[in-house]
Design a protein around this ligand. Structure first.
Ligand SMILES: C[S@@+](CC[C@H](N)C(=O)[O-])C[C@H]1O[C@@H](n2cnc3c(N)ncnc32)[C@H](O)[C@@H]1O
Length: 245
């Protein structure tokens, strides 16, 4: 009898010990009690306002999104990476066609030339250089929609063999192949562009600008074109053997 009591007592003690060791979540499921989180939701006490930092899953998520951003950067196309940090050096204002015609005429463009338009807008300068003179031409343009528009025009006119558009920052683009460079940007932009032109362009390269002079350079020809009651100015510069410092 004493043995039986001892055995029942031992069973009861081990049952209680086991009960105490069980995880609280299991106990709640068993007892039907709400979990801690749900208990907080159901509570009538004023709710604490949580910030993102309170939630470990959010911290994990922001760590993940940071690494996703890194991955996105890595998989980003080179052109979008180039345009992301670029400075907008002028809004899109198209050069009137008569002025484009005169710019190419003053620069004496021929089929041996490689014409660059820095900030090529809708592509009118590079297209005319190829169509009228058979020159190779490259436009550099930041604005994706203008790149798409000019690329479509080039395709429609079957000029793909002569003309291409680079989507990117003109200050980051290699312009060394150019023999003629067209520029129509804001005055401050021309000041930023000047060292690049001086560094990359070969002697004899013509730089043809619309309305805004290149600071500190002396033009070799100036022209005025009347369009719709307004006057447009064209300045031609030639890259010398060496710049006077
Ligand atoms: C005044 S518009 C001239 C457009 C064209 N060259 C013309 O004469 O008709 C200047 C162009 O430069 C582009 N542009 C501005 N900043 C640029 C940058 N950092 N890189 C490339 N293009 C840029 C503008 O989107 C705009 O199309």
């Amino acid at each position: 009898m004493a043995v039986l009591r001892w055995a029942i007592g031992a069973i009861l003690v081990s049952f209680l010990l086991l009960w105490g060791l069980l995880p609280s979540e299991i106990l709640q499921m068993k007892t039907g009690e709400p979990s801690v989180a749900h208990a907080q939701e159901d509570s009538t006490e004023p709710k604490r306002v949580y910030t993102n930092d309170d939630w470990p899953f959010n911290r994990r998520r922001s760590a993940t999104s940071a690494s996703e951003t890194e991955t996105a950067k890595e998989t980003e196309s080179p052109s979008s990476a180039r345009t992301r940090r670029a400075e907008r050096l002028a809004p899109f204002v198209a050069t009137p066609m008569q002025v484009v015609e005169k710019m190419l005429e003053v620069a004496q463009v021929t089929s041996s030339d490689v014409v660059y338009d820095l900030g090529s807008g809708d592509g009118r300068i590079v297209i005319m250089a190829a169509e009228k003179y058979g020159a190779k031409a490259v436009g550099v343009e930041l604005d994706r929609l203008l790149v798409e528009e000019s690329t479509a025009k080039i395709r429609e006119r079957n000029l793909g063999g002569l003309v291409s558009i680079i989507q990117g920052d003109l200050l980051q683009t290699d312009i060394r192949p150019a023999t003629v460079v067209a520029v129509y940007l804001l005055p401050g932009a021309n000041e930023k562009l000047r060292p690049k032109l001086e560094k990359e362009l070969r002697p004899g390269t013509r730089v043809i600008v619309h309305d805004i002079r290149i600071p500190r350079w002396r033009s070799s020809q100036d022209e005025a074109v009347q369009v719709g009651g307004g006057t447009h100015f064209i300045y031609l510069y030639k890259i010398p053997e060496a710049f006077q410092r």
